[in-house]
Design a protein around this ligand. Structure first.
Ligand code: ZN
Length: 281
């Protein structure tokens, strides 16, 4: 039984672009420890997870209880089974005093800890039927996915600007059973190039998902109000300057405004975006 936990802890969880999980290896490993009836439950659980559960987990963390438009530090994430193992409490604990107003302004209830209760019927409906070892193994499956969301999301999602490495604690009956380390530094190096984006009017990198929707470019921190270089001298309200000034500032400081230098991506992160320089007279 200990072997199962060790093996499942060792597996590197992979996801595709759309967070389509390949969980066959995990299923086979856990399944090998089960009798026939339990194997049927497990099959049902993994099917349910792929149908609904993965979206619940993804939406909880990518922009849900973990909404970081501005960089912030996390103390830990807790995934705790509760209420006779029919619910799981997912919580993010932020480092004391680190909360940034930009991240909580639309969330009046936001505090040091943000959490949500998952109904396990939507994730692993048979969770309460298993032994503690299997429950532990399934918590690791969830934990690894949360780890993957945080590490991948740090570089690829606009709302997961996590600043630091931290632990995910997996808790069963009030006991911490495993800790998974989220490594933000590593994720910067392994993240894949990002394609299919639109060109930022200020820095000319292809960073924007859409145009004119007030998205912030992470290369230069220009807020995209839809203006482009054909209207370069119009005052841009959200940016408090003209696009011409923004472009000049980017060449000079590496950000659309000198006060934004601290917010922009570093050199190695920038390289992941396509760049087509445009020159303006
Ligand atoms: Zn830009």
């Amino acid at each position: 039984m200990k072997k199962l936990i060790n093996e499942i802890e060792r597996i590197e969880f992979k996801t595709g672009e759309n967070f389509s999980y390949d969980l066959e290896k995990e299923f086979d490993l856990i399944s090998s420890d089960l009798n026939q009836e339990e194997q049927t439950f497990l099959k049902e659980d993994f099917d349910q997870f792929l149908l609904k559960g993965k979206f619940l987990v993804l939406n909880t963390f990518a922009g849900g209880i973990l909404f970081l438009k501005e960089p912030e530090q996390i103390e830990k994430i807790k995934i705790a089974s509760l209420h006779e193992h029919k619910k799981i409490k997912a919580s993010v604990v932020f480092v004391s005093g680190s909360r940034r107003p930009e991240n909580i302004k639309s969330k009046p209830e936001a505090g040091k800890t943000e959490s949500i209760d998952w109904d396990l019927r939507l994730i692993f409906p048979n969770f309460h039927r298993y032994t503690n070892t299997i429950k532990h193994a399934l918590l690791i499956v969830i934990g690894k996915i949360v780890k993957r969301i945080c590490e991948y999301g740090r570089t690829n999602f606009a709302y997961l600007k996590i600043e630091n490495d931290f632990n995910i604690e997996l808790i069963l009956d009030d006991q911490i059973k495993s800790k998974l380390r989220v490594k933000i530094e590593n994720s910067r190096e392994v993240a894949e190039p990002i394609g299919d984006k639109l060109q930022c009017p200020c820095c000319d990198y292809f960073t924007l998902e859409k145009r004119g929707e007030y998205d912030i470019c992470h290369v230069c921190f220009w807020e995209d109000d839809g203006v482009d270089i054909d209207n370069i001298d119009i005052h841009s309200g959200p940016n408090h300057l003209t696009l011409r000034q923004g472009r000049q500032n980017f060449l000079k400081f590496g950000a659309c405004d000198s006060s934004m230098v601290k917010n922009v991506l570093g050199e190695s992160d920038k390289k992941k975006f396509k760049l087509e320089k445009r020159t303006i007279e």
